[in-house]
Design a protein around this ligand. Structure first.
Ligand code: WTA
Length: 641
């Protein structure tokens, strides 16, 4: 068996074999790429196809910036057409359905290309034009990637809504983006049960501008189709032409909007543009996941999140790689299903979340030992800090002590990975993400904007020129763009709202969010959004939601609730959970609900969530004398126990 890592005390490095195999193994790349970041990215962009070359590689008008100005390209063409001659018959997408008795299938580049072209023509036939927004509310089935790629092909802007989000969440996103088309399914399989999706979609489109709904009959059920509005995916695909000219997109034209949670009650529509996003997705996949002809890449993220967009769709395809999509959950029919898939499909590069790792760690190795995981050579982690125990367990039990762990830091806003170790360079250090990706400048600053000393806690920032995959705005809300990312340190410093420590060798350790956003099982959730949802219940006078550490999920939401015209009861708790289900989705359900008389507030009436957070962590509460109601703190301590 090839050895991919070597150990040196508590740190791991790539083995000679890994260095030889890796797409990038020259440590000088960091220094070299920073001498002229713009030329670095421009040279990488040249590896992709452009109808017309850009006139200027980078242009800025802070806080806005552009990459590859006047360059004309098409992301879908680069993902598919570009590979047809050289690797048209290679597998692009391996799909594994959840029901164990159902056979999955593989689509080659040529087959995927044909389906995407057909669907592009379907969308055009429905009147979708360049710049129009298309909502996508689909489970993990190949039609999802087909829908994304078809939008990219014709220049429509896709906005994917995670299939477990509620009707209300879907509606909010469709209204905000002004989508005219929704692509959805009758349902999907989850933990052995068919899960209904179409009824949720039907309610979600009510009162929006959506004119047509395309329905994938995944369950083959007798879903009610609305005459004149709903169309069966298979029927319209059959009658559609298998060729479709890709739209020539100026590099800075919008590619997609993806809604994400911030510190206010309403999710923000993060805008990504075509060329810059494409180049970063391409290069990060090439150098971090090191995709090569003999690799099979499995990113377990749902397409509803940014990780799914970049690493379960665009990044692997831009590299002509083979990727796997699994419909189901990791615990059905039992906890062996992922490992069975790795063995059968010979997965070599595997990318998942710390929450999944901790879940399997807790379940014991019985499920894993039964399977041969020796095809693995790289393991990735994303979405939340990975603790030391989980890192070591992942390394030893899944990677057999033989695979580097790539702890990748990034955000919906950054479009692609920005901090990680590279497999051919290393080092791989538990709990330390690594260095900024070549060509990018990330630093840790103190409150006053000065660079911190090594080992000292501070805030992570990015300095210009900004990575090409970075967001280009917040849809319909330039003020939010400015306030959220460019107000803390000014217009030349991007502020992601994460705490960090720079360590020896320039490696960065990520501490997690420094704002009121929490990561529940790696899912980005907003405190304010959950509070807004709970406050919609008629018997809630006021509430505060904060996170609490959780052994498996990293963090879970806890709600402090002040009732009106109602006594505390289990029934009331159930109703609160139903309310978060309704307005956000089951992932926003509070893990605990405390009925309280008061929550700590400043003199101006702002809820001091920090005090509640510290209380739940058993931490020192600091000075509470400036509160309007310091007496409530002792009461709360009693209740929490
Ligand atoms: C957190 C997910 C620690 C971070 C791609 C960030 C991480 C937020 C890591 C973005 C990591 C992501 N270590 N924390 N390797 N990766 N995060 O937008 O707090 O869903 O700001 O994007 O996840 O979450 P988002």
């Amino acid at each position: 068996m090839t050895k991919w890592v070597v150990k040196d005390k508590d740190v791991f490095w790539p083995s000679e074999e890994m260095k030889k195999k890796a797409n990038m193994s020259d440590p000088n790349i960091y220094g070299e790429s920073l001498k002229d970041q713009v030329s670095f990215w421009a040279s990488k962009a040249s590896e992709l196809f452009w109808f017309d070359k850009w006139k200027e590689a980078y242009q800025e008008d802070p806080p806005y910036f552009k990459w590859f100005v006047d360059g004309k390209t098409n992301l879908c063409f680069n993902c598919l057409d570009r590979h047809l001659d050289s690797r048209g018959d290679r597998p692009a997408l391996i799909w594994v359905p959840e029901p164990p008795e159902e056979e999955g299938f593989t689509l080659t580049y040529r087959e995927l290309h044909e389906k995407v072209c057909r669907f592009s023509n379907v969308l055009k036939g429905l009147g979708v034009k360049k710049g129009d927004r298309v909502g996508i509310y689909l489970p993990m089935i190949p039609e999802t990637q087909i829908a994304l790629l078809a939008c990219a092909r014709i220049g429509a802007i896709h906005t994917v809504v995670f299939s477990a989000f509620s009707t209300e969440s879907l509606k909010d996103r469709l209204v905000d983006s002004g989508a005219k088309i929704l692509i959805t399914a009758d349902g999907y399989y989850r933990r052995g049960k068919p899960i209904e999706l179409k009824e949720k979609a039907d309610k979600g489109v009510e009162g929006t501008e959506v004119e047509k709904v395309v329905v994938v009959k995944r369950l083959g059920s007798e879903t009610k189709m609305k005459e004149g509005r709903d169309l069966d995916f298979n029927d319209i695909m059959e009658n559609s032409e298998p060729e479709c000219e890709p739209e020539k997109m100026e590099s800075n034209e919008n590619l997609f909007i993806l809604y994400t949670s911030g510190t206010t009650g309403k999710p923000k529509g993060i805008i990504h543009d075509t060329g810059g996003y494409m180049v970063q997705a391409y290069l990060t996949t090439k150098w971090i996941f090191d995709l090569q002809d003999d690799d099979v890449f499995w990113c377990t993220a749902d397409i509803g999140w940014v990780t799914g967009h970049t690493y379960a769709c665009y990044g692997p395809l831009l590299n002509g790689g083979t990727m796997l999509t699994y419909e189901g959950s990791p615990d059905y029919p039992d906890l062996g299903v992922w490992w069975k898939i790795i063995q059968e499909k010979k997965i070599s590069v595997f990318y998942t979340s710390p929450t999944a790792v901790r879940m399997f760690k807790k379940a014991g190795t019985g499920w894993i030992d039964k399977h041969d995981l020796s095809s693995l050579r790289l393991l990735g982690s994303v979405g939340e800090p990975i603790d030391r125990e989980a890192w070591i367990w992942y390394f030893e039990k899944i990677g057999g002590g033989n695979c580097p762990i790539l702890d990748t830091w990034w955000q919906t806003e950054t479009g692609g990975i920005l901090i990680t170790a590279l497999p051919g360079i290393g080092p791989f250090i538990p709990t330390v993400a690594g260095k900024p990706f070549p060509g990018t400048r990330l630093e840790v600053l103190d409150e006053d904007g000065k660079k911190t000393k090594q080992g000292q806690e501070g805030y992570l920032v990015q300095k210009k020129p900004f990575a090409p995959g970075m967001l280009r705005g917040v849809y319909g809300n330039p003020k939010k763009y400015m306030d959220t990312y460019w107000s803390k340190y000014g217009l030349d410093v991007y502020y992601p709202a994460d705490g960090a420590i720079e360590q020896e060798g320039g490696n960065i350790k990520i501490l997690g969010r420094s704002d009121d956003v929490m990561k529940v099982a790696g899912h980005r959730m907003s405190t304010a959004e959950m509070e807004d949802a709970i406050n919609r219940h008629p018997n809630i006078a006021e509430c505060a939601v904060v996170s609490k550490p959780d052994e498996i999920k990293g963090e879970v939401p806890v709600a402090f609730v002040i009732l009106k015209n109602r006594e505390p009861s289990d029934e009331m708790k159930k109703e609160i959970k139903k309310t978060t289900d309704k307005y956000i989705g089951p992932i926003a359900r509070p893990a605990e609900i405390y009925f309280v008389e008061d929550v700590p507030k400043t003199r101006s009436g702002k809820i001091m969530r920090r005090i509640l957070k510290n209380m739940l962590r058993g931490k020192d509460l600091g000075n509470i004398t400036t509160l309007r109601n310091p007496e409530c703190v002792d009461r709360l301590k009693e209740i929490i126990g």
